[in-house]
Design a protein around this ligand. Sequence first.
Ligand SMILES: C[S@@+](CC[C@H](N)C(=O)[O-])C[C@H]1O[C@@H](n2cnc3c(N)ncnc32)[C@H](O)[C@@H]1O
Length: 284
Amino acid sequence: MVDPLLNDIYKAELSTDDFNKLSSFIYNESGIKMPPIKRIMLQSRLQKRLKDLKMTSFKEYCSYIFSKEGLNNEIIHMLDVVSTNKTDFFREPVHFDFLTSHVLPELASASKHRNIKIWSAGCSSGEEPYTIAIVLYEFMEKNSNLEFSILGTDISTQILQKAIDAVYKDERVEGIPFDLKRKYFLKSKDRENPSVKMSAQLRGRVRFERLNFMDKSYSIQESFDIVFCRNVLIYFDRETQEKVINKICTKINTGGYFFLGHSESIMNMDLPLRQIKPTIFQKI
Ligand SMILES: C[S@@+](CC[C@H](N)C(=O)[O-])C[C@H]1O[C@@H](n2cnc3c(N)ncnc32)[C@H](O)[C@@H]1O
């Protein structure tokens, strides 16, 4: 028999009015744009939330989210649902080549012993910070005067838990060269669900924290030599992008590097950055 609650939820429709309320709430909280074309997407993504909360209509959900209790408890779940977490190991490999050929040799030659600090801002399920850790380890084999630590941050607590768990389906690492897989990934013994886990050595270099780019200022204490903020700002409007990048820049050391996604641009923005390559910048 079909669960009647599920049945009702299946029919639950997000009216234009409720969609408008939710989309401006999402925009204010996360900077993520929700144009009318995304109404059906939001409706289907939120249906599971309605089920978890045992609610049968979006009216009920809207009253909850705008109540005191909802504002305290539901925001995190809601943002988990609306964020797009697509990512990959060695995504946009030109950036990792540039790290190895330019950035790391420069940092290695700058001082005798150097602890490089890296921030993967909008790190999703961890593939980006773990890729950076692999690149750093490979470089350190020939440059033993370097140390490094990586911070991964994201708005979604669910996705951060995946990053901390560091377990990935086999197919996610298919394209990675065998010798890197052998060094940095542990194979599970479960043959029915083949997966890999990042090695303890690698996990020890990366820590994760929740950070919302919309926060007034970022509570991170350290400053970074390298910041990756790729394929995140694309969801924000230009004004928000400029504000967010300016806040990120306060955490980059002078001369430090900033990487953007390949479809992102900061043209005509007022930022303390100079362009080195189309999506690679240096803090001035
Ligand atoms: C498409 S993924 C990009 C992951 C990775 N940087 C890459 O390029 O493969 C975008 C990530 O940005 C996060 N995100 C969206 N809005 C955010 C916000 N306001 N603050 C922090 N992270 C946010 C999402 O949760 C998501 O994990």
